[in-house]
Design a protein around this ligand. Sequence first.
Ligand code: C2E
Ligand code: CA
Ligand code: CA
Length: 929
Amino acid sequence: MTYFWMCLRDQHDHRLVLLAGLVCMTGTLCAVLLMRQARDSYPDRSIRWLAVAGLTAGFTIWATHFIAMLGYLPGTAIGFRPWPTLASLCLAAAATWLGFLLALRHRQRSMQALGALAVGMGISGMHYVGMMALALPMRITLDWHYVVLSLIFSVVPLYPAMTLCLDGHGYRSSLKSASLACLAVVLLHFTGVAAIRLTPERLSVSSDLILSSQAMAAAIAGAALIVVANCLIVLITSRHNREAIHASERDFTLLARGISDYAIYMLSLDGHIANWNAGAERLLGYGEAEVVGRHVSIFHTPTDRARGNPAKILTMALESGKYTGEGWRKRQDGSSFWAHFSLELVADADGRPIGFAKITRDMTRLKEDQDRLAKLTAQLDTALDNMHLGLCLLDARHRLVLHNRRFAQMWDMSEEDLAPGLDLDRLATRALAARLPSAMDGGEHQHALATMMCEAVRSADAEPTIGEFDDNLVLSIVSRTLPDGGLVATFEDITDRRRSEAHIAYLASHDALTDLPNRARFGDWMEAELARAHAQDRHVALIAFDLNSFKEINDLHGQAVGDRVMMELSARLNAALHEGEMVARLAGDEFAAGKPLASDSDLDGFVARLAACFERPFDSEETPIVLSARFGIAVAPMDAETPEALLNNADLAAQRAKASVAGNIAYYESGMDRAARTRRQIAADLRMAIVRDEFHLLYQPQHRVASGDLTGYEALIRWNHSKLGVVSPDVFIPVAEETGEILAIGQWVLRRACSDAAAWPDDLTVAVNLSAIQLMQPDLVRHVAQVLIDSGLPARRLVLEITESAIIADKARALHVLRQIKALGISIAMDDFGTGYSSLDTLHAFPFDKIKIDKSFLLQSSTSHQAVMIIRAVASLGRNLGIPVLAEGVETAEHVALLAQEGCDEAQGYYYGMPMQLPLHDDLDQACL
Ligand code: C2E
Ligand code: CA
Ligand code: CA
């Protein structure tokens, strides 16, 4: 090291050393500026700047070296060999250019280090090759320690010089970079010179090959000229740049002054902030002094930075001239805002890019609004998509704007089918094609459906349109006008509702058990048929029929069997129908059938078909059941003109059919009407008859046949009607049984008969008729007992007469009641024996006290042998069973003779006495007294 200082102090011309330093400083500064120019230029220009920079640096260093060499005073005349001199120049220029290229191209620290190494090695090479160019009468040897030291000295300061040059901005960093480079060159030079050891020797080179110091000075001057020229270029261009920037700054200031909502500032090409406006200060919080010179990435979030976004944005802006974007940015205080920014490339007067103008605006509010709107839209979408109504929105020109998912599902349409902008007609056609391909025949039906749908949507703000597109597609379509003239239409699938309505309507119009139409449905049907028949001047027949003793089937076999039989009958009736006919079940065992008539034979055939349904027995599990019915027929318009009147008249005819012996079919006759009215009148008046005291009892005597003795009387009721006169019990008792009035009447009769009879001689009985309805009365036994107590009539003197049909209805119960009555000591007589069932079974089942042979047998006895045979059979039956037999209808002495002959015990009839009012007999009256 001492040697180094000694060499510098003693062996150099200090003026030339100073000059070398000056050249070096100027040249390296120039090279730094050129490098920066290369850095800030587009790649195609950058390479040119780079070449100039390399050349400048190379020449500078070379010139520095040789000026210093000229100042080197080894004590001998110096010359320079031309070839090594040239080689050293080329080496310096090439190495610096390569080093710069490496460092600039890749902009990485490692590459910058590599660049510094290349430059350092290059100039070291230049130094030692340059040494070889020295022509001295001495032998030059190198001290390798100094050589290594010189290499290190040259490379080490070059690295920071390189980074400062490429990363820095402004003159200060240029100056620093240039100074460091100079330091490297100077250190290298003097350490390199110090490495030289000279031993005197004869000059071995011919002197004409040696450049003189003068020639060398000229070469150096040339090199220096190049450096100066380069300096000039740099100066001019940087002035240009400055001018451009000055101009844009002026514009920028003008702009910035007017606008404080925007942050407006400029960036260098690599993203360093060049200036700053008030808006920027307001928005980002930094003052101008704090921020100019810093990199724009300070506003980015750490994630943004990690992703390299700041650099990406700059690159994109550089490539396309302009870049607009949005993103979160940070203020100085750490808070964030949503920035909308644009980055525009700014060029100088020559069109060379010099930086970017950046405009940033705070869009946080807008962003929040947008986010809210997006959320709201999403919610609205969800709501729309979860609606059970299909919905579509059309614009004022009736083009599809939006639809919900249900709408697409409803019509089996895909999203592609429902592209916005589709007009309503095409929408309707497409929807129908998707959902009802079978309806899309291209014909009238298709057209009608599409028109219906379009009209429903267009008829906005009206009542819902019910669109029946198909059995499986019934829609309720509602449309509303929107303020902009568009429409919003909703589609509700009401197919199921329609179906259940139809089902309910069906249930309401059909009988639940048999599924036949019910009374209401039949009435509607008749009404329609009558109207049509009226228009066509044709007839309509109504056939009313009810089943004989269906109640008994229910009672005997149980409800389940009854239902089965009813269902089978209904099926048969239904199967018997032809086109245009109807059978309905009106009530329990009442039916009606209707048919518009083309001819009279039509009706006969229809009735025959209905009657045929009863021919075969109905299979119950136990025994085959035979059903019969009586048919009443009324024909419109002769018999009646309304369904009700027609049915009423057919009913009347059916009742007649019951009574008729000839057959079970009867046609309505006008007289039936009157009878029915009378019957209704009776039913109505019966209710008041007891209160009005219109009933009274007649008593008909009963005598012993053999002795002719009076045994008792049968009580027979009479009704003295205010308008109709005396009404026969044969007329009003069935009506009273229907209305239930029989219970009150029966009680009145029993009470009156018992109290009357209580006044008679003790050996006379009183017989009271008991209706089947009375037998079913729950408190009958208690009531009878009470009457006996109240009247004081001994039970043995009371006979209750019942018919067999009253027992058959509910045999077990009837017999149970009868046993209880008999247990009171009351006698039970079987009335009207021989008609109806006349079953021996009933006689065996209960110990009757008397059998009354119906009067029809005795009355026919003179003409009918069979009647006599029956009287004989019953008389002998009574004898065998030990039950006394009474014959009714004894009118003549012959009758009495017959009875005596056949062995009947008692008799009753006009022969013995008519039913009479009290007082009965003179002798009886006396007895009563
Ligand atoms: P029934 O019990 O068979 O009564 C006998 C009927 O035959 C009576 O008719 C009587 O007037 C009539 N008759 C009596 N002897 C002769 C005769 O020699 N020749 C003819 N041709 N007829 C004779 P009536 O009084 O009109 O009663 C008719 C039916 O009314 C009775 O038939 C009975 O079933 C019912 N009935 C009458 N009174 C009552 C009553 O108080 N309660 C109930 N539940 N039914 C009654
Ligand atoms: Ca009787
Ligand atoms: Ca009788």
